[in-house]
Design a protein around this ligand. Sequence first.
Ligand code: SAH
Length: 255
Amino acid sequence: MSDVKVWLVGAGPGDPELLTLKAVRVLGQADVVLVDDLVNPAVLAHCPQARLVPVGKRGGCRSTPQAFIQRLMLRHARQGLRVVRLKGGDPGVFGRSGEEVAWLQAHGVACEVVNGITAGLAAATACGLPLTMRGITQGVTLVTGHTEHGDAPNWAALVAGGTTLLIYMGVAKLADIQAALLGAGMAADMPVALVEQASLPQQRQCQTTLSQLRDAARRFALRSPAILVVGRVVSLAQAEVLPEAEVAGHRTRAA
Ligand code: SAH
């Protein structure tokens, strides 16, 4: 392996104070930073020396193909530049780090992944919730609600497992998720928290139940990026932190 190297760095869920010290150090040493969607621009205060290249689908670049981003990383790294690929949350959680690391290594480029706090954890904290709780649930599962090409999660297994579910990328698929969980035998009164923009000043959150999920999200005018927290631990949230969707609904005009 050559000494050419790329860093895949987690920018965390949004609040710049949730960055790791390692992320701050690596950003401070970068020559080029490829900035993904969902990275709070405030994080870029740690790399004023670096050239910034937006590669997010919603950001400056409408839809940068994955192959192009990978070639960009490679080209800059081979020029001897210190390349950071900055991703929202943690690079290893629905962040394509697996394919990028494999691709870079196949091209003789070393890769180091720097963890970030993943959005699901920040969503739970936003609600004042523990994700596990003795006597209530023994685990937590991170799962995507965005399913294409038939690679849907095994909802029946997830329901049977009884862990708290943190559902990413679920906003556009709420009806499908609700139907799948009910169809797999999850209780209709299972508490669900909807958390939008976790850890950012624009953060909003509300509580509902599985049977009310779709209606509640409509009243709440839920928009991406958001996490669904599904599980009995949701009922432990403080009422003022996590109002019922019916109460929260009046705050939104689009409902
Ligand atoms: N690597 C990221 C996840 C990328 S997938 C991480 O570890 O957090 C993108 C999804 O993450 C969004 O659709 C949304 O479900 C979730 N997400 C990212 N940032 C979020 C935030 N601040 N609040 C709520 N959800 C967020």
